[in-house]
Design a protein around this ligand. Structure first.
Ligand code: BES
Ligand code: MN
Ligand code: MN
Length: 471
C-alpha cells in the first residue's frame, strides 16, 4: 500500500471494544505510572544507579504481568568497546510472531532527567500528583508515560483480541537521557531479539492535546565541555586587571561569537535543512517557551524551521565562582557545557568539527581551549512513504478522531538513527505522550491524562491492525 491509498478505518466494533478497554483500565494505568514516577531513576553519573536498577525491575515486572512474552530480561552492555563500565540496565522482552504476522518493536526509556531546583516544583518531583487533567512529576511524561503506554496497549490488545499473532518486542532503555552510551553494544549483543518489521518509538510530543503528531524529523545533538584558560594562576583584579586577560572575559567573548546579532547560529559549516513547516503562530510559541513580555524570539526564517530544521547552540552550564563567593580576582580558567542541536541532513560528527574549528579560530587573546566529554547523536528523518506510516496515521485518526499532524521536533533521540541503520527495512514510527504544556526536563513536568488515553488507544489500534496484517 502506498501513502496516497489510505488504509481502511478500523472496524467500528473492534474500535469500540479497544476504546472501552483502555478507558476502563485508566485507573490501573495511572496507578502503575505513578509507581514508576516514585522511583528517581536519574541515569546520569553522580546519581544512585540503584534507582535505575529498581525502575528496570519495576518495568520488567509490569511486562511479565502481561503474560504474553517468551522472555523478559534486564540487560546491560559496555559503554564502549572493550570497556569494563556497563551502561544502565535496559528491559528487553520478546514474543515471536505467528501465522505470518509482522513483528513490532515498542521503545521507550525508563530513566529520567534530574529534578533540578526542587523549590521550583509545586509538588515534589518524585511524588506523582494529579492536578486538573494532568499528572505532575519527573518522568510523568518523559518517558515513563511511554513505558506505560506500551504496557497498557498490550494489555488492551490481549483483553480485546485474545492471544495475539503479531510479534511483539519491548525495549525500554535505561540511559536515553545520558546519551544512550551502551546502545550500540546492546544492539550487537541482542540483534536477533530486537529484530522487527515496525518500530514504534513512544518518546515524542503531540501538536495539541486534541491533535496527534507523527514525528517525521528529529535534530541531532553535539554536547561537550569546554575549558577556556588564559592565566597560570588567579591574581588581584585591581593590580592586574586591564592588562592581563581574565578567562571569564575571554569566555564571554568567545561564546558571543557563536551567534549573529539576531541570535541565529554564526558557525560556518553547521548547516540547516530545507524543510516545509507550518505557518508561524507566535502567540503559541511565546506561551510554550514562556517568553517574558518584550522578549523577542531569536533566529531567522519561520519559527518552526528554527526549531526543527536549523542548528542551535546553547550554553547550559558554567563553572565559575558564585556571585556570593565572587572576590576581586582575575579568573585563570572557566569551564562551560555547550549543547548544540544538529539539523537533519548533517552528521553530528561533521557539525561538531565545524563548531570546534570555529571555537579554535575565535579564541581571543590566545586563550587555551580544552574540549572534553564529547557526546554526539545523529539527527533522523523518518521515511513516511511506506505502509507503516499509513497504518500509524490511520490508527491516530481512529483513536483521536482527528487528522494527525506530521511534525519535526527540536529534541533528539540519537539511538533511532543507530537502530534504523541496523534494521534498514523496518518502518520507524515516532509517536509520544507529550503535549505543548508538558515541560519535559523542567520543574513541574506533567502529562495530560487525556493525551495518555488517546496515545494508548492509538497504539492498541495499531497493534490490533498489525495483528490482522499479512506481511
Ligand atoms: N523525549 C526527548 C526527545 C524529545 C524532545 C522528543 C522533545 C520530542 C520533543 C528525549 O528524552 C531527550 O530529552 N533527548 C535528549 C537527548 C540527549 C540527552 C542526547 C535531548 O534531546 O536533549
Ligand atoms: Mn524522552
Ligand atoms: Mn528527555
Amino acid at each position: 500500500m502506498t501513502s496516497d491509498a489510505r488504509p481502511a478505518p478500523t472496524a467500528p466494533e473492534l474500535l469500540a471494544s479497544l476504546t472501552d478497554s483502555v478507558r476502563d483500565r485508566m485507573p490501573q494505568t495511572i496507578a502503575e505510572l505513578s509507581q514508576l514516577v516514585r522511583i528517581p531513576s536519574v541515569s546520569w553519573d553522580g546519581f544512585d544507579p540503584a534507582h535505575v536498577r529498581a525502575s528496570a525491575e519495576a518495568t520488567a515486572e509490569l511486562l511479565r504481568g502481561l503474560k504474553v512474552f517468551d522472555r523478559v530480561d534486564i540487560v546491560q552492555a559496555p559503554v564502549a568497546a572493550g570497556s569494563d563500565t556497563l551502561g544502565q540496565p535496559a528491559v528487553l522482552a520478546r514474543r515471536e510472531p505467528r501465522a505470518g504476522r509482522p513483528t513490532v518493536l515498542l521503545y521507550a526509556h525508563h530513566d529520567v532527567q534530574p529534578p533540578g531546583d526542587e523549590t521550583l516544583w509545586d509538588s515534589p518531583a518524585f511524588e506523582p500528583t494529579v492536578r486538573g487533567d494532568r499528572l505532575y512529576g519527573r518522568g510523568a511524561a518523559d518517558d515513563k508515560a511511554g513505558v506505560i503506554a506500551h504496557v497498557a496497549a498490550i494489555r488492551t490488545l490481549v483483553e480485546t483480541v485474545g492471544d495475539p499473532d503479531v510479534g511483539i518486542v519491548v525495549f525500554i532503555e535505561g540511559e536515553e537521557e545520558f546519551g544512550s552510551r551502551s546502545f550500540r553494544a546492546l544492539l550487537d549483543a541482542h540483534r536477533d531479539t530486537l529484530a522487527a518489521d515496525v518500530i514504534v518509538v513512544a518518546d515524542s510530543d503531540n501538536w495539541t492535546i486534541d491533535t496527534p503528531s507523527l514525528t517525521v524529523g528529529l535534530r541531532g545533538n553535539a554536547a561537550f565541555t569546554l575549558t577556556i584558560s588564559t592565566l597560570a594562576h588567579a591574581s588581584h583584579s585591581g593590580m592586574l586587571g586591564g592588562a592581563a586577560p581574565d578567562a571569564m572575559m575571554a569566555a564571554v567573548r568567545l561564546l558571543a561569537s557563536l551567534h549573529n546579532d539576531d541570535g541565529s547560529v554564526a558557525v560556518e559549516g553547521m548547516r540547516a535543512h530545507e524543510q516545509e513547516v507550518p505557518d508561524d503562530d507566535e502567540e503559541r510559541f511565546r506561551h510554550e517557551a514562556g517568553l517574558l513580555p518584550g522578549v523577542t524570539p531569536i533566529g531567522r526564517g519561520r519559527i518552526l524551521s528554527r526549531l526543527w530544521a536549523q542548528p542551535a547552540i546553547t550554553v547550559t552550564g558554567i563553572d565559575a565562582p558564585s556571585v556570593q563567593n565572587a572576590s576581586n580576582t582575575l579568573l585563570p580558567s572557566v569551564s562551560v557545557k555547550i549543547s548544540a542541536r544538529v539539523a537533519p541532513g548533517q552528521s553530528a560528527a561533521e557539525a561538531f568539527e565545524a563548531l570546534r574549528a570555529h571555537l579554535e579560530a575565535h579564541a581571543p587573546f590566545g586563550a587555551h581551549l580544552e574540549f572534553g566529554h564529547v557526546d554526539l547523536g545523529n539527527p533522523f528523518l523518518v521515511d513516511t512513504s511506506g505502509w507503516g506510516a499509513d497504518e500509524a496515521r490511520q490508527a491516530m485518526r481512529d483513536a483521536w478522531g482527528a487528522e494527525p499532524q506530521l511534525t519535526g521536533v527540536g529534541g533528539s533521540i540519537p539511538f533511532i538513527a543507530d537502530l534504523a541503520e541496523a534494521f534498514p527495512d523496518a518502518h520507524v514510527l515516532v509517536t509520544g505522550v507529550e503535549d505543548p504544556d508538558t515541560r519535559a526536563h523542567s520543574p513541574n513536568e506533567s502529562l495530560h491524562l487525556g493525551v495518555l488515553r488517546r496515545a494508548i488507544l492509538t497504539e492498541a489500534v495499531l497493534l490490533a491492525r498489525l495483528n490482522n496484517r499479512s506481511q
